[in-house]
Design a protein around this ligand. Structure first.
Ligand code: PLP
Ligand code: TYF
Length: 395
């Protein structure tokens, strides 16, 4: 069974770790995988997380099984973050804890396959490479809708809407809630509204992937899209992740939230998702979600988290401005889009060969798609990186 196997392809993002490890230059810069680094180039555990871990170590009475739904406090806190405590969206939603945003997406994909067999999933071009992989693994047919114009750095909204006009009632539209990966180009309020109108007409389902809440403009600002959907649509689903906004990457903290036309409908949808989760992982890992529940439930730790999150967000946006301004001094291309976009990523429009040159000659590591993790930039490397990008881009 194993003897005839070929070497499988590397993951386009995770595979970069080997190239990075093989680069012996002391000046190497990691702008590949989406991990936030501070100004010293470190990816530390947040202070609020450390405090909650100490609390958990001292007070956890048991490690007996919880349930397939996970930590109830974490689930309620997730809904409150998404829609606001006591809001209508909060009342008519229910959450299942999942192993990371990836687990939440896989659960959603399995659930959609059961509830809407034969439906297609419309995904943005480009999107996070794991999206098509997850949805294909569950047997979905995919349609890529135009999303990003690499020349202008803007959303190709008219073309997007034209393609989405072909959605039927069994189809599902995947949207990024904020901080689009890999482009950094997000939808504005008018565009979210036009999409809500369109899906109301077509009857298609909506699935929002919200993996970067709080890392764009702020916690409630980044939830504006899903809050608009909650006002306008009877139902939709949201996959969330605490990998980035709590820096809990390896702890695998995520959730799937279902919004129904009524609380009863949400409870019913949640009940149908539970047996699906049982076939996937039975119960989600506890540690990370227990930490998040404690941080969000403790007024002082929560304030601390919001401060640490704001520090990450502000540093990313400062680096966007710095990179954009430094590149403006080189050549004809308008790099203003880098400063206008949000989240960790931007696409430079560099060819795979250019990316290779950046890596070999400048020790700057990006994905071969030309995606830059802006959160890997800092005061010590941003000018050098900008100059290297300009040299390669203008070659
Ligand atoms: N969705 C998007 C767009 C992402 O970039 C990521 C990656 O971090 C995820 C979902 C899932 O992340 P995780 O499974 O690590 O929580
Ligand atoms: O896009 C990124 O870099 C992050 C991390 O299979 C990631 O979302 C990348 C690839 C992958 C899992 C996580």
């Amino acid at each position: 069974m194993f003897a005839e196997l070929d070497e499988p392809p590397l993951d386009p993002i995770l595979g970069l770790a080997q190239l990075l490890a093989g680069d012996t230059s002391p000046d190497k810069v990691d702008l590949g995988i989406g991990i936030y680094h501070d100004d010293q180039g470190r990816a530390p555990v947040l202070d609020c997380v450390k405090a909650a871990e100490r609390w958990l170590l001292e007070t956890q009475p048991s490690k007996r099984y919880l349930s397939s739904s996970g930590n109830a406090d974490y689930n309620a806190a997730t809904r409150a973050l998404l829609f606001g405590d006591g809001s209508d969206g909060f009342a008519r939603s229910r959450t299942i804890q999942a192993p990371g945003g990836t687990g939440a997406l896989r659960l959603a994909s399995d659930l959609l396959r059961r509830l809407s067999p034969g439906g297609r999933i419309f995904i943005p071009g480009p999107t996070w490479p794991n999206h098509p992989a997850i949805f294909k693994a569950t047997g979905h047919e995919l349609v890529v809708y135009p999303y990003y114009d690499i020349e202008t750095g803007k959303v190709r909204f008219d073309e997007m809407m034209a393609t989405l006009g072909a959605m039927g009632a069994k189809d599902t539209l995947l949207l990024h809630g904020c901080c689009h990966n890999p482009t950094g180009a997000d939808l504005d309020a008018a565009q979210w509204s036009a999409i809500a109108d369109l899906v109301s007409k077509t009857g298609a389902a909506v699935m929002v992937d919200l993996a970067y809440l709080g890392l764009g403009d702020g916690l409630s600002e980044d939830a504006a899209g899903i809050r608009l959907l909650a006002e306008r649509l009877p139902e939709f689903i949201v996959a969330t992740s605490c990998s980035k906004n709590f820096a809990l990457y390896r702890e695998r903290v995520g959730a799937l939230t279902v919004v129904g036309a009524s609380e009863t409908n949400a409870v019913r949808a949640h009940a149908h998702a539970l047996p699906v989760a049982r076939t996937l992982w039975s119960m989600p890992p506890d540690h990370g979600a227990a930490i998040v529940a404690h941080v969000l439930g403790d007024a002082e730790l929560r304030r601390g988290w919001e401060r640490e999150l704001a520090t990450m967000r502000d540093r990313i946006n400062t680096m966007r401005n710095r990179l954009s301004a430094r590149l403006a001094g080189h050549g004809d291309r308008d790099y203003g889009f880098i400063a206008r976009q949000r989240g960790m990523f931007t696409m430079l429009g560099i060819s795979p060969e250019g990316v290779e040159t950046l890596r070999r000659e400048h020790h700057v590591h990006l994905t071969s798609s030309g995606r830059v993790n802006v959160a890997g930039l800092n005061e010590g490397n941003v000018d050098r990186v900008a100059d290297a990008i300009a040299a390669v881009g203008n070659a």
